[in-house]
Design a protein around this ligand. Structure first.
Ligand SMILES: [Zn+2]
Length: 387
């Protein structure tokens, strides 16, 4: 795959030196039932570069056709109480701030539809969702789903909100996508547009190289995302960190005079707290120290990772040296499967093997408390380490 010479956000050609992660699994949120299939997963290089003009970090050798976003794509996190709390708070806040009660919601990239269902119940609203990974099922009245992408031409009726959660980090032509989202919003009668996506500053602070993986082709410093939204013709109404600052939440409106004033929008450059070069050096050192630490902490009894989501899969694939005996996940759709890029089984929290292990590594600090509670109830006597 040839490396692209320009920023997919703003088109600038001044880019930082590349940070290469060779042979990364192309899918992390994918169900594998057989160890052979999971182990022989397709792999590609991740080549991160940072735009010196807008600060966007992106995979310059990304190929979206390498990723199968079909029904086996499974990234629901709503089985965790901490994550469910985040979703409940988000749905209630959006409903209150934007007066969504009794309204109509459009979700662009709704996944299996969990958040749209929740928001429609919270706001007593009706909803329409689009996603290629949607699994058809019987839906309550007032909800409609389409198993495909959506464009402005599909929007022929007004909506009270356009929601786009955890999509922009997956879209290679992000500048064009944000402009299309602006056109969707205009066709929908200029309602609030909601974007939620990971915050690159959090990844840098945590040195969490396991938040870098093939499925995410974009990593947004907060100033970069706000800038790209303005360039696309949006006005940023609210922008703040959510879910322990791991994510950023934007509420946008179509800017009336945006087309004329593009040249007056000043690019933020690369903020000191979001520099790719410094992050790559420190994160690699941190990761190299971890494998040794896990083996020592387990004291010969073996260890497991809790969390078979993207973080857990990326962590296990990045680690050199001894691998975990199993990976635990509370999502029943993942249990009984095999961790992508490995032969490691994914087990349920009540699996008997866990009690014999010396160490459990928690991949996401936001779930540390609830996982600690479960382990205590089960009488786990080994060590627990949160990344
Ligand atoms: Zn740029």
């Amino acid at each position: 795959m040839k490396s692209r010479p320009d920023c997919p956000g703003c088109g600038h050609r001044g880019l930082s030196a590349p940070f290469c992660l060779p042979r990364q699994p192309v899918v992390l949120n994918y169900r594998f039932r057989k160890a052979d299939d999971a182990a022989h997963i397709r792999r590609r290089a991740v080549t991160l570069r940072q735009c010196r003009n807008c600060g966007l970090v992106f995979n310059a050798t990304f190929d979206i056709n390498a990723i199968p976003y079909d029904e086996n794509y499974e990234n629901r996190q709503s089985f965790s109480p901490a994550f469910q709390h985040h979703l409940d708070t988000l749905a209630a806040g959006l409903t209150r701030r934007n007066k969504l009660a009794g309204g109509r919601i459009l979700e662009v990239g709704c996944g299996k539809g969990d958040f749209l269902r929740l928001l429609c119940v919270t706001a007593k609203a009706t909803g329409v969702g689009y996603d290629t990974s949607y699994e058809p099922r019987e839906e309550p009245p007032g909800l409609a789903f389409h198993k495909r992408y959506v464009g402005a031409a599909d929007v022929t009726q007004p909506f009270d909100a356009v929601v786009c959660r955890h999509v922009v980090e997956h879209v290679p032509e992000i500048g064009a996508f944000l402009r299309e989202l602006r056109d969707i919003a205009a066709a929908a009668g200029d309602p609030v547009v909601v974007i939620e996506t990971p915050r690159f500053e959090w990844i840098v602070e945590q040195l969490s190289l396991w938040d870098v993986f093939y499925e995410h082709c974009n990593y947004f410093p907060t100033a970069a995302l706000a800038h790209l939204c303005r360039l696309a013709g949006f006005r940023v109404v609210r922008h703040r960190g959510v879910f322990g600052d791991q994510y950023q939440l934007l509420e946008l409106r179509v800017a009336r005079s945006a087309r004329r004033n593009l040249s007056t929008i000043i690019a933020p450059g690369i903020p000191a707290e979001a520099k790719l070069g410094a992050f790559s050096r420190r994160a690699r050192r941190h990761l190299d120290g971890l494998a040794k630490k896990f083996t020592q902490a387990a004291g010969g009894a073996g260890w497991a990772v809790w969390g078979a989501g993207a973080k857990g899969v990326a962590l296990v694939n990045h680690l050199r040296g001894p691998k975990p005996r199993c990976v635990v996940d509370s999502n029943p759709a993942k249990q009984g499967g095999v961790l992508p890029g490995s032969r490691i089984p994914i087990v349920a929290p009540d699996d008997a093997r866990l009690l014999r292990l010396g160490l459990i590594v928690i991949a996401n600090p936001n779930y540390a408390r609830e996982i600690g509670d479960v382990l205590q109830q089960r009488g786990f006597s080994g060590r627990v380490l949160t990344l």
